[in-house]
Structures are given as C-alpha cells and as structure tokens.
Write a protein that binds this ligand. Structure first.
Ligand code: GDP
Ligand code: MG
Length: 241
C-alpha cells in the first residue's frame, strides 16, 4: 500500500539525519515506529529505546535515506549527549497536545537545540496525540500554529494512533534540508526544485479572528472572557531557537 516501500531497494541520492526531541511519553518513539514500520502500540514500553531507524523517501526525483534517531529514555533527565544534537540535519521537537508540561518544556528543549545543534539545522514543532477529543487538548491546533507562526517555524498536528500528519512532517523536513544545503549537497546536480518553505506557509494568519458570531452580545462577551482566562492560564513558553 505504501508507495515508499517500492523505493526501499533503490540506491539513495542523499542521506540525512533527523533527531526527535521532547519530554518523555509525548510519543516520540511511536511517531518514528509509525513512520518507518507503519505500526502503533497503545502501551509502548518507555524503557525501550529504538536507537535509530532508516527509511527511504522520494522527494522530487531524489531518493533520500532518512536516519531517524530516538532518544531512548535519556530525555527523562534531559541529559542528551552532545553528539546526538551534532549529527542532526533536522530536529523534530515534539509535545503532547494534552500535556501542559510538555508544551511548557519546549523552551528548555529549544535552548538545548540552540546550544548544541549545528548551524543550519532545520526544525519543526510537532503536536502529538491529536486523535484525542478537542476538549482533552491543552493546546488547540490553532494555538499551536499561532505559537509556531510567531517563531517562524512550522507546526504539525500528528497522531501515530490515527495515522495522520507524520509523513508530511518528514517530507517537509527533507525538503527544508535540501533547500538549505543547496549546492553543498555532494551531487551538484541537486537543484532544489522543491518549493522553498516559507515560515508562514500553511499557517493560520495572525491578528484577530474574523468570526461572525450569531449569539447575542452578552453570551459572546462571556465566551470571550472565558477564552481569555484560559489563554492567560496557558501562558506560552518563551522559546528561542
Ligand atoms: N492517543 C495517542 N496515544 C499515543 C500516540 N502516540 C503515542 N501514544 C502513547 O503515548 C505513550 C508514550 O509513547 P512513546 O512513543 O513511548 O513516547 P516517548 O517516551 O516520547 O517515546 C504510549 O502509551 C503510547 O501508546 C498517539 O498518537 N495517540
Ligand atoms: Mg521513547
């Protein structure tokens, strides 16, 4: 069914390393396993680290081998070896959309990335477990997108369980790596024909939402007050890449 299975025996044109970071239990291993093996387990053993997995994908006319590295449990103490960061061509920074702590801790992870990754390392932020009911989410899709839009970074809603968003993340990251490396890629023929990723592409526009409310004004302002309260409680982490 998966098209990518057809290219598994092809020689690759380029190989890139992708690392995944974020708090324990946000679903990092599940995301990798879903992308590479197409499977999902409800009760993933936290202690089981998968080290890394390879997967080939086709981007334009190029076959790209992605080597995707898992943190294998060290993220609990945030004692990730510097070598882990150094090998990354790209980073997936993941938070669980139902978890306040994992969202707040994006700031700490961003600092680690800034301090340890090579210059030019590509980054995206990924919300995991987005198969849950809207009411269970701590951060809505729109809030996640707005937050990332302000950082000039792409945001993806993903679910390893319901299988959405994951292929898009890896494909987009690969395009970003190709665009950035440009002529530095070993083969000079690689003119990135792929569309240049723009930080705001596909993201919600900033500014006040232009919803036309049909409710009466009182209900309207009550709703706004509740939303504002929720927003204030949620104060976004100060993330600097
Ligand atoms: N509902 C839901 N649960 C998930 C999803 N991805 C992972 N989980 C669960 O979250 C827990 C932690 O996942 P794991 O991949 O081990 O997280 P890691 O510690 O970040 O590697 C496991 O119980 C998973 O089954 C998802 O997309 N949806
Ligand atoms: Mg894990």
């Amino acid at each position: 069914m998966e098209k990518s299975a057809d290219i598994s025996t092809k020689l690759h044109d380029h190989m890139f390393s992708v690392i995944i970071l974020g708090d324990q239990s946000v679903g990092k291993s599940s995301l990798i396993v879903k992308f590479v093996d197409g499977t999902f387990q409800d009760a993933y053993k936290v202690s089981v680290g998968i080290d890394f997995k390879n997967k080939k994908i086709q981007v334009g006319d190029k076959v790209i081998k992605l080597q995707i590295w898992d943190t294998a449990g060290q993220e609990r103490f945030r004692t990730i070896a510097q070598t882990y960061y150094q090998k990354a061509d790209a980073v997936i920074l993941a938070y669980d959309c139902t978890s306040k702590t994992s969202f707040t801790n994006l700031a700490t992870w961003a600092t680690q990335i800034k301090e340890n990754c090579k210059e030019g390392t590509q980054k995206v932020i990924v919300a995991t477990k987005c198969d849950v009911e809207e009411a269970q989410r701590y951060i809505s899709r729109q809030e996640g997108e707005e937050f990332c839009n302000n950082l000039g970074i792409k945001h993806y809603d993903t679910s390893a369980k319901a299988n959405f968003g994951i292929t898009e993340v890896f494909t987009e990251l690969t395009k970003m790596i190709i665009s950035t490396k440009g002529q530095n890629l070993q083969r000079p023929s690689i003119t990135p024909g792929e569309s240049q990723p723009t930080p705001s592409a596909g993201l919600v526009q900033r500014g006040a939402p232009s919803k036309s409310f049909k409710m009466n004004k009182q209900a309207d302002s009550e709703k706004q007050a509740v939303q504002e309260q929720k927003r204030q409680k949620r104060s976004c982490p100060c993330v600097i890449f």
